[in-house]
Design a protein around this ligand. Structure first.
Ligand code: C5P
Length: 229
């Protein structure tokens, strides 16, 4: 089969990770979750003893330089098979650990570091090449920065209510509304200071999943991909 790079961006709670994985499975493509790379770098920084507390991190140039250094040396292995993706740092399987709220709470400090982003973006481009350009890559800046030359470029959105509802469901329905607001809308607000993933760039097709269930969203994304080939 020929080259098929699918780039999918969107805010948290839009369902982009699970939708992207299902699309990759349906189309026989590899799956690259770039958010997992920002999370893995965050895990590595914390494991190396860096204090990523947002309050202390702001304007701390030494810390910013340490984060860039960590990005450069990050001993990361991404397994891109959508049937069992794993993330390893220094030979340790961190696939589950990087989903911890401790990581979600600190990841914005890493993701707003422009020089660290550049290092991860380079790695993401290399990973895409290593798949033979047969991959669904998902994140915040894939359609615009990492793979603007992708075969299909999609922005997956949903209303703020729907996104908070889905994240709450994912976390088992135990979170308060205030917690969900912080974890979904406030994290997006922080992240969108460096990358704009709320509006579709030129040539990017928006799929709004607010009124769609999971299978309908996967179908809608696959329709866009068919139309882009
Ligand atoms: O998608 P996920 O919630 O796992 O992403 C974790 C964090 O990684 C996001 O909150 C964002 O800060 C960052 N990220 C990013 N650019 C990407 C993917 C993720 O800045 N392409």
């Amino acid at each position: 089969d020929g080259e098929l790079v699918v780039a999918i961006d969107g805010p948290s709670g839009s369902g982009k990770t699970s939708v992207s994985r299902a699309v990759a499975q349906r189309l026989g493509l590899q799956f690259l979750d770039t958010g997992a790379m920002y999370r893995a770098l965050t895990w590595y920084c914390l494991d190396s003893g860096l204090d990523l507390t947002a309050a202390t991190a702001a304007g701390d140039e030494k810390l910013a330089a340490d984060v860039v250094e960590a990005a450069v040396e990050l001993p990361l292995t991404m397994h891109l098979d959508p049937e069992h993706e794993t993330v390893e740092v220094d030979g340790q399987d961190v696939t589950a650990a990087i989903r911890d709220p401790r990581i979600s709470g600190a990841v914005s400090v890493v993701a707003t570091n422009v020089a660290a982003r550049a290092v991860l973006v380079e790695r993401q481009r290399r990973l895409i090449e290593q798949t033979g350009r047969r991959v669904v890559a998902e994140g915040r800046d894939i359609t615009t920065v990492v793979a603007p030359d992708a075969t299909a470029r999609i922005l997956l959105t949903a209303s703020p209510e729907a996104r908070m509802g889905r994240r709450g469901h994912q976390l088992g329905g135990t979170q308060s509304r205030a917690d969900l607001h912080e974890q979904v809308l406030e994290r997006d607000a922080k992240d969108s200071t460096v990358v704009d993933f709320m509006t579709a760039a030129d040539g990017v097709t928006t799929v709004d999943s607010t009124e769609l269930d999971f299978e309908q969203t996967v179908d809608a994304v696959i329709d866009v991909i068919r139309g882009s080939k």
